[in-house]
Design a protein around this ligand. Sequence first.
Ligand code: ZN
Length: 213
Amino acid sequence: MLQVECFTFNAFQENTYLIIDDKKECWVVDPGMYDNAEVSMLTNYLENHRLLPKAIINTHTHLDHIFGVNALKNLYNIPFGIHTGDVPVLNGAAGAAMLFGFNFPNIPTVDFYIQEHQPIPNGPEGIETRLAPGHSPGSIIFYHQEGKWVIGGDVLFYGSIGRTDLPGGNHNTLLKSIATELYTLPEDTVVYSGHGVVTTIGHEKQYNPFVRG
Ligand SMILES: [Zn+2]
């Protein structure tokens, strides 16, 4: 069974997740550590729990979800994987950093690509990847049926949905992704979002003001 740990980093209060398996191998989803103190918070956790990081797998590549990628690649020599649809977003990250006033000189290099409905290369077993564009063109979600959870990135939040005003975003596409890729999951599925608290598919289908199931 896979476990999930959550950390919240950087000025955007971004949620970084660890997926941990029974062998104490782990995968870092959306590393958002901005400074050395935040990097230490994560690496101390890994060391204290004797976890072995295997790869970085991202739901998408907005700035706040990739701040910590290079630090992890340098420390652990692990590969970084994204969906091909988000390559333009990653390539725009330096410009986005300047726009938002952040220091982010080196855009991380992609080492492998993650495809929907395919096993994740270098990834944990038992995860189903679904493509859920709209917030960004290559947004993917990681669904673990056995554990009844999904790591959903910035697609769906507790009582809200992802913004669609950034390059490559599309509101109608996002609504369709939520309906077809998230609201089709069992209602007791826990949703770990890219920002804010956890929710469930059932709660959002009933109460989300943007999209009801
Ligand atoms: Zn985002």
